[in-house]
Design a binder for this molecule. Structure first.
Ligand SMILES: [Zn+2]
Length: 238
């Protein structure tokens, strides 16, 4: 699921009553598309008056909606951030970001609430692919002379595309020149986990008709130039 602000606020109120004695003041909730975190509580540390005590204020709770996660993980993420908030709002000092205090609170809630809050959530492969910025990638599809099909991701620079195209034509072309290369520009997550390089390594795809190219932009590559042929089904920018 990808939670809404209302969902997060409802959970916040419920958990506040259940696990924090209703002591947590309400705070603004924002949805985040960042790729670096599942949740985050931010605040500023400000001194009241010239010699006053430091105060934590301007709290914001951010929950990531870039990644489609199981509901229990979303709930545990909200709880994880609420522990950070609980510590910061009370201005307690922990031994580290997830120090003794954090771990004690986490254990308490996991035990009494049957939760599975962790220090960090390990993403599965699909979640990792979603976490990556959906940047377009340059994909070469090679039809090899032995009938197999392979793909290769090349860095998004014209000189790299031209270099790889020329070299691959020599390396994979075969004596009879049966092999061919098609070039595409696509942000489809299928290609997200292949490494991008100019190495002559090609990844053989056992079922070539499953390569998702319907929304891809075609690149026309000659010895000297690369031209983008825009796919009208796809608004991805070059
Ligand atoms: Zn944390």
């Amino acid at each position: 699921m990808r939670p809404t602000i209302e969902y997060i606020q409802t959970r916040f109120d419920e958990y506040n009553t259940r696990f924090f004695g209703g002591t947590l003041p309400p705070l603004p909730v924002k949805l985040s598309h960042a790729k670096g975190f599942l949740g985050k509580v931010t605040f500023t540390r400000r001194r009241r008056g010239l010699f006053g005590r430091y105060h934590n204020e301007d709290f914001v709770l951010r929950i990531n909606v870039r990644i489609d996660l199981p509901e229990t993980v979303v709930e545990d993420t909200i709880l994880h951030e609420m522990i950070h908030y609980y510590i910061a709002v009370n201005e307690w000092h922990d031994t580290s970001t997830h120090g003794e205090l954090f771990r004690r609170e986490m254990a308490r809630i996991n035990q009494t609430g049957g939760r599975h809050i962790t220090i960090s959530h390990r993403l599965n492969e699909e979640e990792q692919a979603q976490a990556q910025v959906r940047k377009g990638r340059i994909v070469a599809v090679l039809h090899l002379s032995d009938g197999r099909t392979g793909i290769k991701i090349v860095p998004k620079q014209i000189r790299h595309i031209l270099y790889w195209h020329q070299k691959a034509t020599r390396v994979f072309g075969g004596r009879d020149g049966q092999a061919s290369i098609e070039w595409y520009y696509t942000a489809h997550p299928f290609f997200a986990n292949y490494p991008s390089s100019i190495a002559m390594k090609v990844y053989i795809i056992e079922k070539p008709d499953t390569i998702p190219l319907d929304d891809a932009h075609r690149l026309l590559v000659t010895d000297r130039q690369v031209r983008l042929q825009k796919n009208p089904n796809n608004s991805l920018k070059w």
